[in-house]
Design a binder for this molecule. Structure first.
Ligand code: SAJ
Length: 427
């Protein structure tokens, strides 16, 4: 069996490597010559637990190779980006571009699977493009149940960065076929390497499932973020309220923070909103609440910094979530960069996972600093990420600090009275 994976990113490369480990001949296709060269030399261009060893092994055994060009195969997996445009409209141009490169090499019996997070209808759009480019092949059609010469399916991934290789195998998969026969053919393929349950449905439903999963999380985080703003006004500890409310057997509130980051949860809900703007009211509001939380944190942190003029400010954490080195789309970077632009040299960035100053801070005067030095030199602390390293600072080492804690990790922090004439600052 020969499998081509189009797009060697965070999903495509681990997927290609896992299938190759199972013994298939896998070709990873990417538009970047750098990515192709890196993979062909047995190395990786992305950080993911255990991925380097796996890629090195399958490349050296000859099961995985990378190429700039698409070749004839039995199975094609498309895993390319689907960003949102400035106007929040989903951009499926990379999917259609990938489909255009696959079309010329398609033959009867092939299976084409789209894995990219996509707005509802994208798999059908891909089918229509194939039909246009390859009139010699019979395409699967849902109504009437025509079998088609090729099988086309949608199968979203739902892996968590940092656990990708484990979750690719263990997570349940939802496999949506353009027709039931398409779904069955894709199912037979995934069963070879997925240990979780594989459940078939329609392509449209599977597309929606992926969007719904991340929107569900976004809405729930928005609930926690909205609560945190209300509780702050009422001078109540939101984390205590959530902890106590979660003792109810049917309540499970998530954690507030400085906003929602990453490449999925803050993006995918817009695909639903764009699909039905009139009815997707809660989903849109959740996005606005979560983005608004970042603005709120900047304003409140600025109040605190202004209350202690002349003191150095430590921003703890830049990653988009705890204990990882991924800074893309990170609300912590957004907050710290805005503070750095405003307060310049007063801002110190404490991020054990950063080796260099991220470009957002260039020219601001802000600098990277380790935690111990920050504890010695800074009077004001803005906690943006709940890295384990920050959680473990004992209270006696920070009792004299003024703290704005967006993650609720220093719940025993005593309040510090402002020395500035603005009066007492609730921190
Ligand atoms: N966050 C909070 N409070 C919480 C939980 C998360 O503020 O209680 C924030 C995080 O700090 C982070 C953001 O949300 O900034 C997203 O983090 P995450 O851990 O919720 O999710 P991701 O983006 O790493 O991965 C998500 C996962 N989706 C779901 O949990 C529904 C993952 O399974 C998906 O595969 C991934 O999106 C994706 O690629 O779609």
């Amino acid at each position: 069996q020969k499998v081509s994976v189009i797009g060697l990113g965070y999903i495509g490369l681990p997927t290609a490597a896992l299938i190759a480990r199972g013994g298939a001949q896998v070709v990873g296709v990417d538009v970047s010559a750098h990515v192709v060269e890196t993979v062909n030399s047995g190395r990786v261009h992305i950080e993911e637990v255990d991925l380097d060893g796996l890629v090195q092994g399958v490349v050296s055994r000859g099961n995985l190779r990378a190429s700039l060009d698409v070749e004839p195969s039995d199975v094609f997996i498309i895993a390319v980006p689907t960003p949102v445009a400035e106007d929040r409209a989903p951009d499926i141009s990379y999917v259609l571009k990938a489909a255009r490169t696959v079309a010329p090499v398609l033959k009867a019996g092939d299976v084409v699977i789209l894995e990219s997070t996509s707005p509802v209808g994208t798999t059908e759009a891909m089918r229509d493009l194939f039909a246009q480019l390859r009139p010699d092949l019979k395409m699967p059609v849902q109504s009437g149940g025509a079998a088609g010469d090729i099988a086309i399916a949608y199968c979203p991934e739902r892996v968590l960065p940092g656990r990708i290789l484990v979750e690719l195998i263990d997570n349940d998969r939802c496999i949506g076929g353009i027709t039931p026969r398409c779904a069955r053919k894709a199912l037979a393929f995934y069963r070879q390497f997925v240990r979780g349950q594989c459940i078939t449905t329609t392509a449209r439903a599977a597309e929606m499932v992926k969007l719904v999963e991340n929107s569900f999380r976004d809405v729930n985080i928005a609930f926690a973020n909205e609560l945190s703003v209300i509780a702050e006004r009422m001078d109540i500890d939101v984390w205590e309220v959530i902890r106590l409310a979660n003792r109810h057997p049917r309540v499970n509130i998530l954690q507030p923070g400085p906003g929602v980051g990453g490449h999925c949860i803050a993006v995918d809900p817009w695909f639903i909103v764009h699909g039905d703007p009139e009815n997707a009211r809660l989903i849109r509001t959740a996005r606005e609440v979560n983005d608004g939380k970042t603005d709120h944190v900047v304003a409140r942190a600025s109040d605190l910094i202004d209350a202690f003029p002349g003191e150095a400010v430590a921003c703890l954490g830049l990653a988009f979530k705890p204990n990882i080195d991924d800074f893309r789309e990170s609300p912590a970077v957004k907050v710290a960069a805005r503070l750095a632009r405003r307060y310049g040299r007063r801002i110190r960035l404490v991020e054990p996972y950063a080796h260099a100053l991220p470009m957002e801070f260039a020219g601001t005067g802000a600098e990277l600093m380790d935690l111990d030095t920050a504890l010695e030199q800074c009077g004001v602390f803005v906690i943006l990420v709940d890295h384990d390293m920050f959680k473990s600072v004992p209270v006696d080492e920070r009792a004299d600090k003024a703290v704005y804690d967006t993650r609720g990790i220093w719940s025993d922090q005593p309040r510090r009275i402002s020395e500035a004439p603005v009066g007492r600052v609730a921190v």
